[in-house]
Design a protein around this ligand. Structure first.
Ligand code: 6PG
Length: 250
């Protein structure tokens, strides 16, 4: 279920998300010398990135020790208007001193299955740099310090959409997921990686999400229809940052 923080509006939600990012980054850098975060696509997360990119927040982060990943990506080139990488680049990455080798994007321009395998290799290299590619099958699931998540009005999160195969993937870290309703492929972290994170933060805003949010948080457990219900950290914290409009039915 996770804890819930209700903010007055989208701007306050964005600021709260930026505050949490800064606080989590500070602890991770102090304790382990780096902060590994997976970003989400979507308009609500974009507002948080724009806030985080402002001097007041960006100046509080040791960006040289931050590694940025994505929770999911569309199968498009990095300069495509639909690209989650492009959105984060424009809203945040172009405004902070983050080394390019610390930006680990999904190569959405590849064939979907190749893109998924490539991104899985990226995770392996980033989390287990000393492991040879051969000894890779029984290594622990990568544990992100933070994964930011949005929630669609159909209850999807990342690119874990209702009724799709990715919901049931129990071994792979990253899969290509065909989303029939969008008639498109997506690349997404699987539930096992999402739930291995130390901190999971949902960012949900707008009245259009209120019914679904009520179902996800308070209704029967039916994750195939409401994939956001799959998000339950195995050894971490889950926080829902929502605005009053989205929380109106809670
Ligand atoms: C994506 C996101 C997706 C998004 C939700 C919420 O690739 O689109 O990963 O999961 O976070 O659809 O998006 P909004 O905040 O724009 O409603």
């Amino acid at each position: 279920m996770g804890s819930l923080e209700v903010l007055p509006d989208g701007a306050a939600l964005a600021e709260a998300a930026a505050n949490h990012f800064v606080a989590l980054a500070r602890v991770a850098v102090r304790v382990r010398g780096l902060f590994r975060v997976a970003l989400s696509g979507g308009s609500t997360p974009r507002g948080a990135y724009q806030c985080l990119a402002s001097e007041a927040f960006a100046s509080q982060v040791d960006w040289q020790r931050v590694h940025v990943f994505w929770g999911d990506e569309r199968c498009v080139p990095p300069d495509h208007p639909d690209s989650n990488f492009r959105m984060a680049k424009e809203a945040l990455l172009d405004h902070v001193p983050l080394a390019s080798e610390h930006v680990h994007r999904v190569r959405g321009e590849l064939d979907p299955k190749l893109a998924a395998a490539d991104y899985e290799e990226t995770l392996r290299g980033a989390f287990y740099p000393d492991l040879s590619a051969s000894g890779a099958n029984d290594i622990p699931v990568p544990r992100f310090d933070l994964i930011l998540l949005g929630m669609g009005d159909d209850g999807h999160t990342a690119s874990l959409f209702p009724g799709t195969a990715a919901l049931h993937e129990a071994r792979r870290w990253v899969v290509a997921n065909h989303v029939a309703k969008l008639d498109s492929w997506r690349i997404t972290l699987t539930p096992v990686v999402v739930n291995a994170a130390a901190q999971l933060v949902f960012l949900v805003s707008g009245a259009g999400k209120s019914e679904r949010l009520r179902e996800v948080r308070g209704g029967p457990y039916r994750p195939d229809a409401l994939p956001a219900q799959l998000v339950e950290p195995t050894d971490g914290d889950l926080l829902w940052l929502v605005d009053q409009a989205a929380a109106s039915l809670l």
